[in-house]
Design a protein around this ligand. Sequence first.
Ligand code: T4K
Length: 407
Amino acid sequence: MKTRASDLAILGGQPTFAQPLHVGQLNLPDWPRFQQAFEELFRRRWFTNHGPLVRQLEQRLAEFLDVRHVVCMTNGTLALMVALQALDLRGRVIAPAFTFPATVQALTWAGLEPLFCDVDEKRHVITADLARPLIEDGVSAILGVHLWGRPCDPEALADLAQRHGLALLFDAAHAFGCAHNGRLIGGLGRVEIFSFHATKVLNAAEGGCATTDDDEMAARLRTVRNFHNQETFARVGARINAKMSEAQAAMALLSLEDYPRNAQANQRALDAYAHGLAGLPGLELLDPNLPQAHNRQFVVLDVDAQQAGLSRDELTAALEAENVLARRYFMPGIHRSPPYNRLYPHFVEGLPVTDRLSARLMQLPSGQAVAEHDIATVCALTRTILEHAPQVSRRLRAYQAKGCERP
Ligand code: T4K
């Protein structure tokens, strides 16, 4: 265990981990089940276009989420693009800038403009109070993001949307298995979308879905998802190929079976971080204990630079030198990223909370590939880095003076 400053890799020591520890928390099914699923797929010779596995997945997900309709798609971004098209939106959409770029990219591809809304400092999501002042002519919808699986003010947003005749939808890419008021997220707003990317708790390699309790919306989603005239359920403006393949569905079905085990493992990892980081000044782990169901897929740390003695960027750089690849999610806010900073320059200085959170939050490695003793080591390293904060900070500033962000 490293205790001396000179042991730290950022100050000249050897990296603690020979292999990088990633934040990508891949949940893999065991190999024999995966092999069997793919052997069956090869035998059946039916690989896409709403095959039996996609239909089975849609049914199982609808049961799991307790929602009337699940429409599986190629990935979460396309699910969002399809949802925006199915809602037949025009003009501007109120959305956070504190999110993954895909949320806003989907708006752009649907020909819509983002109207960036700042987020709540404690919950990191948009709220009705923050969205209300943005409502003006030309706004057609509110797109909330349940960031880190935290539900974003659904009732108050629904009320606001209804009063102003706006559509309400949610990007629930992080929120599979997370509950709001005792019900799993999936039936909020007119439509919600999920991501089944490899790094998500439900892993289809790539994949996603849209969910709704609204029969007409489901028909529209299914129509937009497929370019084929024979698959027409509703009149829509434009269509696209967003179909999920059978290979993706095979993977997702296995991952869904494993979900309880994976969520429990995530909770154990979070507990290990909470234990290992307890008492460290300036570090706050998000939601270590939650009363309601949650996937616990993101281990998010809030770094108060003044109290910790090191900024979030300095801490991630020092950990990276040890081969601990923590991520600075989400940085910068989308309002500061191209092309949005160029297209909508008036937002660049207009989202103070988003800017503050973008500078403070980091995601820590977790998931199947990160053992509990690895987490204990990451926590001990963090402790040592903080204990030697002035030297670490000086060293990083010296690198920066040479024009490098990190060693
Ligand atoms: N809305 C929100 C709020 C989202 O967060 C996302 C996606 C979407 C919409 C769109 O959903 P999708 O269209 O993706 O279904 C990753 C994921 O690619 C992305 O799905 C996710 N959010 C985002 C939060 O994280 P990157 O580009 O930052 O991470 P990436 O791909 O570099 O992976 C992270 C780490 O995981 C890497 O350091 C290595 C490890 N990894 C990754 C992959 C893909 C592996 O070990 N194995 C792998 O196969 O976006």
